[in-house]
Design a protein around this ligand. Structure first.
Ligand code: AMP
Ligand code: MG
Length: 405
């Protein structure tokens, strides 16, 4: 019995394992998900310091018209300064430790400085241009929860706390096998009726986008001997992806051979379009996705089912892309019964509203529509018509949003 899109995705996420933890250099950590809650051991900033080049003062000395002699010159990286004497100012540079007793900094451009004194021109408030100890982060604060994608911002924070290595889940090794007698490799001489194996390349690229490691197994022909050999190899990987050979054609032997190897089927056939024959199974701890062979279906089923699974295996807490509310600019008809994975174009109107329309011919044979699409809409199975002006949920599609939630 075919199951729904959402049941399928839930079953996948409930089934796939999370991979082992390793510590990697901070330099290589961008794009990975941290595997533990990261707790701050110290304050950030670690000491009170100046946010501007200027003069450190005591606000109680700073009535308008006051004249304060300049005593001392405090540089960033300098040793913590002595106490600021009452009714004096200390020249201070951005990042320099604040002297004891000072409670504000007057930027150079906001005061009248003479040789060795400054004239106070305005009412200085306590805390002006000071970065207080711990105002950003306090000891014991959870700074990065487990499962967070490490972007440059998180790397900055980790570096500030001297994490030269970080714990992450291992990258997933994804074996990719294309199947079909008609297939030929990209660099082979064309033959009549031959179809270039583009799926292996497409899937490898999709794996790269999210930081997994594709392992190219090439083409298995539609015969038991060849399939047995290649499938045996694929089952050694962390995840095994096959494309084609899962519909009900005579030569669709992929599932037969997978069963010989003792896989446990989770589902086969979904109430979706495209992607109807998609199958998912487990072989020991290796998730096995049998994706349809049609290049559009292959990539769309990867996007919706495989990508979240791979992210989960690498410990990401957010594995589904953010849904955006968008207005449909044209009516869309579909047959009821299957959820449609619609390739959409996205435009922004003058009010900043997101507008969507079909990205072109939705026939699964049309790869160009996938290339033109900037997003995906999941059109509910039971519906048969969506009116122009209706709000629908979409998510972005494409390289720049590979990990953009
Ligand atoms: P199948 O699922 O075997 O019936 O294949 C569906 C369609 O996808 C057929 O037109 C195949 O030729 C095509 N196809 C299958 N595998 C690939 C591949 N690796 N690269 C490009 N097209 C493929
Ligand atoms: Mg085939």
């Amino acid at each position: 019995m075919p199951i729904s899109f959402y049941e399928a995705r839930q079953q996948i996420l409930d089934t796939v394992p999370t991979l082992a933890i390793e510590r990697i250099p901070l330099f290589e950590a961008a794009g990975r998900a941290v595997s533990e809650n990261i707790i701050a051991a110290q304050s950030l900033p670690a000491f009170d310091n100046s946010a501007m080049d200027g003069y450190a003062v005591r606000t109680e000395d700073c009535h308008i018209g006051a004249v304060l002699p300049i005593e001392g010159y405090l540089l960033a990286g300098g040793t913590p300064a002595n106490t600021l004497n009452p009714e004096t100012a200390a020249k201070i540079m951005t990042g320099a430790p604040l002297p004891q007793g000072a409670d504000a900094v007057i930027p150079f451009e906001n005061c009248n400085a003479e040789q060795d004194q400054i004239n106070i021109l305005y009412t200085v408030k306590k805390g002006d241009h000071i970065r207080w100890t711990g105002e950003d982060i306090r000891p014991g604060d959870q700074i990065i929860p487990a499962g967070t994608l490490l972007r440059p911002a998180e790397i900055s924070l980790l570096a500030s706390f001297r994490f030269s290595t970080v714990p992450v889940h291992r990258r997933v090794r994804v074996a990719i096998l294309s199947t079909g007698d008609e297939l030929q490799e990209i660099d082979e001489l064309p033959f009549a009726g031959g179809i270039v194996n583009s799926n292996s390349w497409a899937l490898a690229a999709a794996c790269h986008e999210i930081g997994t490691i594709p392992v190219m197994l090439g083409i298995a022909r539609d015969n038991l001997t060849d399939l047995r050999e290649k499938i045996k190899e694929g089952l050694q990987a962390d995840v095994f992806l096959t494309s084609a050979g899962v519909s009900s054609g005579d030569r669709d032997l992929v599932r037969e051979v997978l069963e010989e190897f003792g896989i446990k089927e989770v589902f086969w056939k979904l109430k979706i379009k495209p992607g109807h024959p998609t199958a998912f199974a487990m072989h020991n701890t290796t998730p096995v996705f049998s994706l349809p062979g049609n290049p559009v279906s292959t990539l769309l089923t990867f996007e919706e089912f495989v990508r979240p699974a791979l992210l989960k295996m690498m410990g990401h807490h957010t594995v589904l892309k953010t849904l955006h509310r968008a207005t449909l600019t044209e009516p869309i008809k579909k047959k009821p019964g299957r959820l449609q994975i619609l390739r959409v174009s996205i435009n922004i109107d003058q009010d900043g509203e997101m507008l969507v329309s079909s990205a072109g011919d939705q026939n699964t044979g049309i790869l160009r529509t996938l290339v033109n699409a900037r997003g995906i809409a999941l059109l509910a199975a039971e519906r048969d018509f969506f009116a122009a002006g209706e709000k629908i949920d979409i998510h972005l599609f494409g390289a720049s949003t590979a990990l953009g939630y």
